[in-house]
Design a protein around this ligand. Structure first.
Ligand SMILES: Cc1cc2nc3c(=O)[nH]c(=O)nc-3n(C[C@H](O)[C@H](O)[C@H](O)COP(=O)(O)OP(=O)(O)OC[C@H]3O[C@@H](n4cnc5c(N)ncnc54)[C@H](O)[C@@H]3O)c2cc1C
Length: 407
């Protein structure tokens, strides 16, 4: 029996697997589909800035078992396209898996430059485990020794993720201050969003003025033109020599595709992504597809796909469909998405919903927050009912339209 192997079960990998299962059923083809993921969960990574981390991990078996996809929990250590072989550590033991068609959906990870103290002392919200660690840290500040920067948080990186977290933190730190029982503790709460660019949030285009207003009202201070030189348990040292005392430093400064990509091809983009064609096939490789953050495709024929859940889900669906089509013969289906939106949560202030590559604002405040809530809590989840037909139907190649403005 032919074997389709999918590395990763994030937004791209999960939907590749389900779309492949649907396509096998539609075409009456017999093949084994295996998903190889480092844990047994589909992580709803886009929600890791939220304080409420409940339901941000979907047990994979709940979705994969009903559609007949096998799950192997393991850490991929090697890919050899020449031998159509993937090596992994499964329950601590080396294991080789062979494939006829491979989908690489191993996503991305926070890029950690070699800054002294960064790995040891900074927090992040890149994974469920790291978001839980930050949550526990902020809560325990209530019982920590009062010292300079006790209730100061520095978020480094004023992109969308940094903004979303920074806007949540004043309320979370105020809750810690109140729980401390110290009468004037709330006055010590400070949240600073720091970026090396001359203008903070510059890459967020038309949405920037709304973000600046929200930050001002929430008490989030924007600090631009500063690069972090070192991080210690006491705070941050910037390259201009200034020192900011802080108990909480959170690194949100950029993602990079999985280093596994380098084992497949030397031709990677600046974010280490594999170049794929419109049908998600890795250029120069007959049996290897890639989707999501692992892949660089021209999403509308001109602009590169963005490392985003927004693009990872349709890329995954098309990769899954095409990997089966490639096994059995019919032409492959090209993906083309002619719209782009950016919806950034701004904590208790609301959100901003922007459209197009220059991010023209469509809505803001409570209305935009309703849209964000529908996305985060409904739109990006697979059906959780265990109903095979519903799960397979959710993987059809229909491109969702942009989310509506408001509910
Ligand atoms: C806090 C935060 C907020 C975000 N907000 C938004 C947003 O509002 N909108 C948006 O569109 N995007 C957002 N993103 C980006 C979005 O989460 C990613 O682009 C998306 O998760 C990419 O999906 P993916 O499936 O390609 O990769 P991932 O979600 O990274 O999934 C990759 C999977 O592969 C597995 N894996 C990786 N390496 C290995 C290995 N060696 N062996 C085995 N398994 C492996 C991982 O465990 C994971 O399950 C946000 C990201 C973060 C961190």
């Amino acid at each position: 029996m032919k074997h389709i192997l999918i590395i990763g079960a994030g937004f791209a990998g999960l939907w590749s697997a389900i779309a492949a299962a649907r396509r096998l059923q539609e075409t009456g083809t017999r093949a084994q589909i295996t998903v190889l993921n480092r844990d047994a969960y589909h992580g709803i990574r886009v929600r890791y800035y939220e304080e409420d981390l409940g339901n941000t991990r979907v047990p994979l078996r709940q979705v994969l078992d009903p559609v007949g996809v096998k799950l192997v929990v393991g850490e991929v250590t090697g890919i050899d396209p020449g031998k159509r072989r993937v090596d992994a550590l499964v329950e601590g033991s080396p294991r080789a898996l062979f494939y006829d068609k491979l989908v690489i959906a191993s996503g991305s990870a926070l890029a950690l430059p070699a800054i002294p103290g960064l790995a040891e002392h900074a927090f992040d919200i890149d994974t469920h485990a790291s978001a839980m660690r930050l949550q526990a840290h902020v809560r325990q500040l209530a019982h920590a020794v009062r010292r300079p920067g006790w209730l100061t948080a520095v978020v480094v990186g004023a992109g969308a993720t940094g903004v979303e977290l920074a806007c949540e933190l004043p309320a979370r730190l105020r809750a810690a201050a109140q729980a401390s029982g110290i009468p004037d503790a709330e006055a010590e709460v400070r949240v600073i969003l720091a970026d090396r660019e001359a203008t903070a949030c510059a890459q967020l285009g038309g949405a920037r003025p709304v973000i600046e207003r929200a930050c001002a009202e929430l008490g989030v201070e924007l600090l631009s033109s500063v690069a972090v030189k070192a991080i210690s348990p006491d705070g941050v040292t910037f390259d201009n020599g200034s020192i900011l005392p802080s108990s909480t430093v959170v690194w949100c400064a950029g993602m990079r595709a999985s280093p596994l990509n380098g084992q497949v091809s030397a031709k990677l983009d600046a974010s280490w992504r594999l170049y794929v064609d419109a049908c998600l096939k890795v250029k120069g490789f007959d049996d290897v597809f890639a989707a999501g953050d692992a892949a660089h495709m021209l999403i509308d024929g001109k602009m590169p796909s963005v490392m985003s859940c927004q693009h990872a889900r349709p890329m995954g669906r098309f990769a899954g469909q095409n990997v089966v089509n490639d096994l059995i013969g019919p032409p492959l289906e090209p993906l083309h998405i002619d719209w782009y939106t950016n919806i950034i949560d701004l904590g208790p202030w609301g959100a901003v919903y922007a459209e197009g590559w220059d991010r023209a604002v469509r809505s803001e405040g409570e209305i935009a927050k309703q849209t964000k809530t529908v996305i985060n809590r409904e739109r990006i989840y697979p059906p959780l009912t265990g109903d095979k037909a519903a799960i397979l139907a959710a993987s059809v190649l229909h491109i969702q339209r942009p989310p509506s403005i408001g509910r």
